[in-house]
Structure formats: structure tokens, C-alpha cells
Design a protein. Structure first.
Length: 299
């Protein structure tokens, strides 16, 4: 009996030990699970920190890009504004002159009258962009000589048909043209603006719609060409035998040279000025006479 009891007890103890191992073994698989969870969390933490570092680095780059982006459009806009204001576009007037004015300077007034709206639109555009102090001498000369010539043509068309500009009462004092906030006449543009620029060649650039006047150029003046254009017109007018007769010891020239004598003598005598463009050398002692002026319309 005692042996049996001992055996039974032994079995019970062994069974208890076996159960105890089973209990101990049960959490062992859970431990890797905890470790696994920890391993999963660690990469997440690292990724988060990496993202934070990357964000911190990228932000200054974005700020720099914005700063550069903001500066570039400002520079472009500034250049565009200056070019738009100072370099006035005379293409519309240029097209009219090339179509309706011959190389000799004869004007087809009937033709221009059929397209009068284009001429008036051009004059109106002049009033939207008056020269400023930032404009160059070439830009101002081009603007005001084109304005004078366009307004002269417009004046003739307002009174057309006629035989002479002198058929119009006080033609050079008529104020038909508003530029900006001011009404202008031809006398003001010629005497108060163009002559005060100190370039006597303007007298060969502006046209009084008359035969004895220097022929109207059949293209618009532009800043890039105006100096060459005025040189060409000066040479052409002074050497034109229908308007001036020049020999070595005697000259018979247009009354323009006496009406505006002061302008032609700023750097010497009238002979000095004529010799700059004359194909015939004129003696400084040459006799000077002035021709009668023909006011017949230049058509």
C-alpha cells in the first residue's frame, strides 16, 4: 500500500512538473511577438526621424527657389515697361507713308483720305505715350517729326480739296490734336519743341505740304535710323537743283535758310553748314541769294 501510494505521488509530481513546463513554454512564443512588435516600431521611428530631417533640409531650398522666382519676373516686367514707353511704335504711320507717298515726296491725298481712320488712330496713339525725360534724343526727334508730318497731312485732309496749305486760315495755329492732356498746333511742335533740340536738320525732316518744302520722306522716322535719315534728307534737299542752285562762288538757296538762319549758324556760317552736305565745294566768300517759295500742294 505504501509503495503504491508513493508511486501515485511520484506520478502526480511528474505530472505537475510536466504541467509546469507547459505553462512556462506557453509565453515563450509570445516573447518573439513582443520583440517583433518592437522591431516594427523601431523602423517606423527611424523613418519618421528621417522624414523630419528631409523636411528640414528641403524647406530652405524651397525658400531660395521662391526668392529667385520672385526676382526674375520683376526684372522682366521692368525691362518690358521701359521698352514699351520709350520705343514708341511708328509702324502704322510708316505703312501709310510707304503706300501713299512717292519716293519724290508727292502725296496721294485721295488715297490717304480713303484710309483716314488709320491716320487718325495713329495720331491718337501718339497722345497715349508722350515722350518723357528718360527718352533719348533720337526717340524724341522721331516722335515729334512723325507727329508734325501726320498732323500736317490730317490738316490738309480736313480742308481737302485745296491747292495750297495757305488756302487754310492760320494753318500752323490750328489746334486739332490732343496729345495727353494738351492740345497742340504745328507752330508749337516746330518752334517750341523740335527747334529747341538744337538739330537744324529737322527742317529737312518736317514737311509743310508744299513743293518748295523739303520732300516728305516716304517712311516713318525711327530712333535707330533717324540720324541717318536726317543726313540723307539734308544731302538730298541741298543738292536738289529744283530747290537750290549751288556753284563754287554763288548759291541760290531755299528761303528756309533765311527764315531759320540762326539754326544753321550754331557751328559756323551758313556756307559751313551747306558744305557739310553739298557735292559742290562752296567758297566761304560765295554770294548767297534766296529763292521764291512755291506753296503749291505737294501732290
Amino acid at each position: 500500500m505504501q509503495k503504491l501510494a508513493y508511486f501515485t505521488l511520484t506520478i502526480a509530481l511528474l505530472t505537475g512538473c510536466s504541467s509546469s513546463k507547459n505553462v512556462t513554454t506557453t509565453p515563450e512564443p509570445e516573447t518573439p511577438m513582443v520583440i517583433t512588435e518592437t522591431r516594427v516600431e523601431i523602423p517606423q521611428t527611424v523613418i519618421t526621424e528621417s522624414e523630419k530631417v528631409e523636411t528640414t533640409i528641403s524647406e530652405p531650398e524651397e525658400v531660395v527657389e521662391v526668392a529667385v522666382s520672385n526676382n526674375e519676373p520683376e526684372d522682366v516686367v521692368e525691362v518690358e515697361v521701359i521698352e514699351e514707353v520709350s520705343n514708341f511704335n511708328h509702324d502704322a504711320f510708316d505703312a501709310l507713308l510707304k503706300k501713299y507717298v512717292s519716293k519724290e515726296g508727292n502725296v496721294n491725298y485721295n488715297g490717304i483720305k480713303s484710309n483716314w481712320g488709320s491716320l487718325r488712330a495713329y495720331i491718337a496713339s501718339l497722345g497715349q505715350s508722350l515722350p518723357t525725360a528718360t527718352w533719348s534724343q533720337e526717340e524724341k526727334l522721331s516722335y515729334w517729326m512723325n507727329a508734325y508730318n501726320a498732323m500736317t497731312i490730317d490738316l490738309i485732309l480736313r480742308n481737302y480739296p485745296l491747292e495750297s496749305i495757305k488756302d487754310i486760315k492760320d494753318p500752323w495755329d490750328q489746334r486739332f490734336w490732343k496729345l495727353g492732356d494738351k492740345w497742340y498746333n504745328l507752330n508749337e511742335i516746330e518752334h517750341e519743341i523740335l527747334r529747341k533740340m538744337g538739330d537744324a536738320r529737322i527742317h529737312f525732316g518736317i514737311n509743310c505740304a508744299s513743293f518748295s518744302c523739303p520732300p516728305l520722306l516716304n517712311e516713318a522716322f525711327t530712333p535707330s535710323k533717324v540720324d541717318a535719315q536726317l543726313d540723307m534728307l539734308s544731302r538730298k534737299f541741298i543738292n536738289d537743283p529744283t530747290r537750290n542752285t549751288i556753284t563754287n562762288d554763288r548759291v541760290e538757296v531755299s528761303k528756309i535758310f533765311t527764315w531759320f538762319a540762326k539754326d544753321f549758324k550754331t557751328d559756323g556760317s551758313l556756307i559751313d553748314f551747306l558744305n557739310r552736305y553739298s557735292t559742290t565745294s562752296i567758297s566761304e566768300n560765295a554770294r548767297v541769294r534766296y529763292r521764291d517759295y512755291d506753296w503749291t500742294l505737294n501732290k
